[in-house]
Every structure is written in structure tokens, then in C-alpha cells.
Write a protein that binds this ligand. Structure first.
Ligand code: SF4
Ligand code: SF4
Length: 437
């Protein structure tokens, strides 16, 4: 496998149809213990591919930052991170830059959302590869919780299908708090149906071959990923399940069961010719002709500033929402714009900033007219009192001090245009790896 995952939580801000982690079916999410996570990371030493961090939505884990510090210390990333410095109105372009997998060792699988917003700087500093899908576009997920026996698939046919299962062949083994598993769906089923757990999380567990999979293969009997079954739009939040699985889910009694968010498949009239196989479906997972566009909706504003407080260094202004002494004491919660004086306060600048996606790890400035930065910036860690003077910028590393060239309008997309031109010139997708400083 090219990727092995670590499932650090199955909490998610979505509950998509037929989620591979069965989000919405669990009465309570898990959050992997930090010490266990460290053990999981250590167990992957020597693995030649990507060690992926996944959920649920992994950035919702309350110890996400601490975990990522350890992960970064143990898994070197040879490829440069794509650095988002210039404000952008189109996160889609950033998503394109971080989707190149080859040669990368770290990977994040995220549906964006509030956890990503909170951990934005750490994520950017850590991951060269990210698989992002905000699930706002149409996205087809095939049914997972259907048993082959209910569909009348006999052993001879089944073993061939199972051994050709696309998840097992092209996707991912995983580690959950219950151990290591040959397949992420098997791991999720073990979690949902209170199974016996996986293999011990010890160095080299991932070197097992199919001959070693043993009893974990029993989970395939409850799984329809290797079969031709219906799919539905992830945004419907409705799982397609077979009658036998439905009975099992009743015992679990999670939120989706309580809200009736499932469709029971009529297994007596199963006719695979009614469903498109993967290859034949123009919207298998995402629309095949516009996958990049579908991953991050242009209307998704979750990463734009949620709040920008305004202060002025000298004088009074009606625009002020926070006094300068409160700013000095770091009482702002999200973004703060500190203008030089009342005359430099500019509503257009603020509105433009609020519509863009900014890196909360950066200090944005235009000469001495305004500073714009975020309370969560790692540069502010351990700072008790902010110097509201030219010393302020010394808190940020050079790379994260962004001087905006156009004022009052923020110069959007410049960075990405330059990357795209470079890619065109040398005719290589690898050019998307080049961070433009
Ligand atoms: S965003 Fe991903 S993890 Fe969350 S519910 Fe949807 S498919 Fe599952
Ligand atoms: S059929 Fe087996 S290998 Fe394939 S996804 Fe299901 S559990 Fe995993």
C-alpha cells in the first residue's frame, strides 16, 4: 500500500452517507489517546509511503497540535510544504497545490471545517500532501453496510471479488485505538460493532501480507465495497444498509438510527445491472471531469476570518471595536487589525480581508499603515504583552511576515498565478510543489 492511515478520531462536523468511518452511526466519537498515537507513529518507522492522519475530521481532535508536533518529529517530510502567505479568495487553488502525492511522507485527510480553521497554521507547517474535500459538492458514496450473503453471492464468486476489493488493493490499512488493521473499513466495523480489535500496534506490523490477514477478513462478510451496489450523494447523510446490518445497527442505536437516516436495501430483488460500476460512473466519488473544483466549494467561507477586531494605535475612531490596551493584553479572540491612526482605518480593506482566506500564522502589513494578525498565531505563544511598535513584527519568522503590495485592496491570487505560470512553462505537474515565496 502507498498509504497507511492513523484514525485519530471519528468525530466529524459532517455525517455523510456511507462514510467509511460510519460517522453518525456511533453513539459517541472516540479520540485517540496521545501516548497511543505516539506508539502508532513509531510503529510506522521504515514505511516507505505516506503515513496519513485521518478521522472523522482529524483536526477536531483536542490534542491535534501536540500530536502533529510528535508526528512531524518522527516522520521526516522530504518535499516542501505549499505555503499560503498571500491572501486568497480561492482555497481551491491551494487544494490543488497540496494534492500531489508522489515522494511525500506525511498526509492529511480533511473535510476542512472548524478544526481546520483552528489548526490552519500547524497544518500548513506540517503537511506537504493534503486530501481535502469539504463535501459541499455532489459526491457519490457507495453502500458499505450490505452483506454478500443477503445478495446471494456464492463463495466461489465472492472470494474473487473480495480479493480484488479496490480499497484493499489501492487504498489503506489503518490504526485505530483498537489496534492495527489490514483495511480501514474492517477497522471502522470493528469500532462500530464492538469487535475484538486489531493487531498489536508494534513496529513493522504493516509488513503483513494477505496470508496473514486471518480473522480480520471476517469483516469483509459485512461489507459491500467489493460489490456492485447502489451509491447515494454524501450530502444526503443517509446510509444504505441491508436488513441484517440494520438489525445490528439497531443495537448500536447511534444518531442516524435514531433519526431514521438510512435506507434499507431490498436485497430480495438485488440486480447489479441497475447500478453503475466504478469505471462506468461519471460521478464515482466526485464528478470525474472536475474533481479539483468539486473538492472545495467556491462558496465555502469556513476558512475566512470569522471576526476581525479593529484597533488604532493613536487617536479615536468609530470603527474601533477593541482598545489598544486590551490588544496589548491579547484579549482579542480571532483576527485583529491595528491601524496607525483614525485616518488610515479603511472599511474596504477590512471587507476585502474578511472575504479572503488568510493564514492565521502570518502577520500582514502595509508599510506602517496597518497590521493584521490572528490570536492563534504560533508566533504569539508565550507572549504576555504585545509590543505595539515596530518590535511587533519581530515576533514572526521572516517567511510569515507578509507585506501586502496593494492597499487598500488585498492582492488576491498572486501567489497561485505565479505557480500556475511556472507549471505551464516547464510542462510538469510537479511545479505545483514549488512554494512561491
Ligand atoms: S467528511 Fe469524511 S469522515 Fe466526515 S462524515 Fe463525511 S465521509 Fe465521513
Ligand atoms: S471487502 Fe474487506 S477488504 Fe474490501 S473494504 Fe470491505 S472489509 Fe475492506
Amino acid at each position: 500500500m502507498k498509504i497507511v492511515m492513523i484514525d485519530i478520531t471519528n468525530a466529524c462536523h459532517h455525517a455523510c452517507s456511507n462514510c467509511t468511518r460510519f460517522c453518525g452511526q456511533h453513539p459517541k466519537p472516540f479520540f485517540m489517546d496521545v501516548d497511543f498515537f505516539k506508539k502508532a507513529v513509531d510503529s510506522m518507522e521504515g514505511f516507505p509511503g505516506i503515513v496519513g492522519i485521518i478521522g472523522g475530521e482529524p483536526s477536531l481532535h483536542p490534542q491535534f497540535e501536540e500530536m502533529m508536533d510528535y508526528y512531524a518529529s518522527r516522520i521526516p517530510e522530504p518535499r516542501p510544504r505549499a505555503f499560503l502567505g498571500t491572501p486568497t479568495a480561492s482555497f481551491k487553488d491551494y487544494g490543488r497545490m497540496v494534492r500531489y502525492m508522489r515522494g511525500r511522507k506525511r498526509g492529511l485527510f480533511s473535510a476542512l471545517g472548524p478544526g481546520y480553521y483552528k489548526n490552519f497554521e500547524k497544518i500548513q507547517d506540517t503537511f506537504a500532501y493534503q486530501s481535502l474535500n469539504d463535501h459541499q459538492s455532489i459526491s457519490m458514496h457507495q453502500a458499505i453496510l450490505v452483506t454478500r450473503k443477503e445478495l446471494g453471492i456464492v463463495d466461489e464468486e465472492w472470494f474473487k471479488l473480495r480479493d480484488n476489493c479496490w480499497i484493499q488493493n489501492i487504498w489503506s490499512a489503518t490504526i485505530t485505538p483498537k489496534g492495527a488493521f489490514f483495511c480501514e473499513i474492517a477497522a471502522s466495523m470493528d469500532m462500530l460493532f464492538n469487535g475484538p480489535g486489531g493487531w498489536p500496534v508494534e513496529p513493522g506490523w504493516w509488513k503483513r501480507t494477505p496470508a496473514d490477514f486471518g480473522e480480520q477478513l471476517n469483516w469483509c462478510e459485512s461489507c459491500s465495497v467489493a460489490l456492485t451496489v447502489p451509491a447515494n450523494n454524501a450530502n444526503d447523510d443517509t446510509d444504505i444498509v441491508s436488513p441484517v446490518i440494520y438489525e445490528r445497527l439497531k443495537k448500536v442505536n447511534g444518531p442516524k438510527m435514531q433519526k431514521g437516516q438510512f435506507i434499507i436495501l431490498d436485497t430480495n430483488n438485488y440486480d447489479p445491472s441497475k447500478y453503475k460500476g466504478h469505471e462506468a460512473d461519471p460521478i464515482w466519488y466526485l464528478p470525474q471531469d472536475k474533481r479539483d473544483e468539486a473538492r472545495i466549494a467556491p462558496v465555502n467561507t469556513v476558512l475566512s476570518p470569522h471576526k476581525i477586531d479593529v484597533a488604532v494605535r493613536r487617536g479615536q475612531s468609530d470603527a474601533v471595536t477593541m482598545s489598544i490596551d486590551r490588544v496589548e493584553n491579547l484579549e482579542f479572540k480571532d483576527w485583529i487589525a491595528i491601524f496607525r491612526d483614525p485616518a488610515s482605518v479603511n472599511e474596504e480593506f477590512l471587507q476585502s480581508a474578511a472575504r479572503c482566506i488568510l493564514n492565521p500564522g502570518c502577520l500582514y502589513s502595509y508599510k506602517n499603515t496597518v497590521w493584521l494578525f490572528n490570536r492563534r498565531a504560533l508566533a504569539l505563544r508565550g507572549v504576555d504583552k504585545l509590543p505595539i511598535s515596530s518590535e511587533l513584527q519581530d515576533l514572526w519568522e521572516n517567511k510569515k511576515r507578509i507585506r501586502l503590495k496593494v492597499y487598500p485592496r488585498i492582492d488576491i491570487n498572486t501567489r497561485f498565478e505565479r505557480v500556475a505560470i511556472k507549471a505551464k512553462q516547464i510542462g510538469s505537474r510537479a511545479a505545483f510543489l514549488v512554494p512561491v515565496m
